[in-house]
Design a protein around this ligand. Structure first.
Ligand code: ATP
Ligand code: LTN
Length: 350
């Protein structure tokens, strides 16, 4: 798949020639996992898995930045793990773990808090958007991007594959890495965002002018996910908002955003080029046909994820064993880095 990397390649402490590039990414186990999460992140992690050294995390500490029901959070943490696995993240090819199981993340966050000016956090657009919607804003929500920086920097990750919405946070992680390196000497790799050219911002099916988002997943027809009933997925696509026209082409005209979104979904799922996609629909009979065929490819793509996740969820003990192994592998990388941070900052490390 075509990807656009937005870094400068000025990595310090780069790995030896021939070493596989190191990847870190994560997702929050709160809310319903949806097609945007799948296309913008998970599918791409799976596609890049073979040639990279991967760390994929279920970032449960990030979920705590807004109030959570404890039992539900526990269930969703295992459920998201099951979705990662069922979608093709292979525990022998990637380190798959839960953020809170590796204590270096929370500790590293504290150390990085102490090199991060508050002004940098106040500029984060996601914080501004999310905090504006809440009556009482938790400190953790403001600090969220510093925890994310700790996630990435503890692993010397060179690449961070995410959707478009995370670009500013990765930029902040770069700034924090550079500042730490400047203050205490070369310590961190400066990571690069890896954001796809197509599918990095899947829009709501009910409103193609807003991002498909977990916070709107309760809204009927907004999003679809792999655990949904296929008949419900079909209905959501049938109801998808388009425009009064009938032209099935990629376009950046906001009036055509609905059709553009459907075509982008189809393109990423089928792995075809933009031209091939438009050709596929050259003889389509209107938008009804388009919606039906997009729904079909999404349902087929999700079928093994749905079935696999249900199977895995039936054995929580096995999932927990797998996660324990992942945490051990992750800690073997993160803990020495944390130690290095502490030493450089002047803490006595026993
Ligand atoms: P949401 O905005 O839905 O609440 P999030 O970004 O807060 O999601 P995460 O589960 O942490 O939630 O995000 C997981 C990944 O999915 C990130 O890489 C994010 O960029 C990506 N992502 C989220 N929404 C979309 C979307 N609509 N299109 C493409 N990628 C997306
Ligand atoms: N903030 C991210 C989730 C996340 C993440 C990370 C992504 C937490 N830590 C480290 C990449 C790398 C989001 O998608 N909402």
């Amino acid at each position: 798949m075509e990807t656009a990397t937005a870094g400068t390649g000025d990595n310090v402490a780069a790995q030896p020639a021939g070493a596989r590039r190191r990847v870190f990414s994560g997702m929050q186990p709160s809310g319903e996992f949806h097609l945007g999460n799948y296309i913008g992140a998970l599918k791409r992690w799976v596609l890049g898995q073979e040639e990279k050294e991967n760390f994929f995390c279920v970032v449960d500490l990030h979920s705590l930045t807004v109030p959570q029901d404890p039992a539900e959070l526990r269930m969703r943490t295992r459920q998201l793990t099951a979705i990662y696995l069922a979608a093709g993240i292979h525990p022998d090819k990637s380190t798959l773990f839960v953020q809170s199981h590796v204590t270096a993340h929370a500790e590293g966050c504290w150390l990085l808090n102490c090199v991060t000016p508050l002004g940098w956090l106040n500029k984060m657009t996601q914080y501004k958007d999310k905090s504006a919607k809440q009556e009482s804003v938790l400190t953790g929500l403001l600090d969220y991007p510093v925890l994310m920086a700790a996630d990435i920097l503890l692993y010397d990750a060179q690449e961070v594959p995410t959707g478009e919405d995370q670009k500013q946070h990765i930029e902040l992680a770069r700034n924090i890495a550079e500042r730490f390196n400047h203050l205490y000497g070369e310590t961190f790799v400066v990571p690069e965002p890896v954001i796809a050219k197509v599918g990095a911002r899947i829009m709501g099916l009910d409103n193609p002018l807003v991002k498909m988002s977990k916070s709107s997943s309760g809204v009927r027809g907004h999003s679809v996910g792999p655990l949904d009933d296929p008949a419900e997925i079909e209905r959501s696509f049938k109801r998808a908002v388009t425009d009064p026209g009938n032209e099935i082409r990629f376009s950046d005209d906001p009036a055509k955003a609905g059709v553009n979104n459907l075509l982008s979904i189809y393109q990423v799922i089928t792995g075809r080029s933009g031209e091939e996609v438009e050709n596929d629909f050259a003889n389509a009979r209107g938008y009804g046909d388009l919606k039906k065929r997009v729904a079909e490819v999404v349902i087929e793509e999700f079928r093994p994820v749905r079935e696999g996740a249900a199977r895995l969820m039936a054995d929580a003990a096995e999932l927990d064993r797998l996660l324990a192994r992942g945490a051990e592998q992750a800690a073997a990388v993160a803990m020495p880095k944390l130690r290095e941070m502490k030493e450089k900052m002047g803490l006595i490390v026993p």
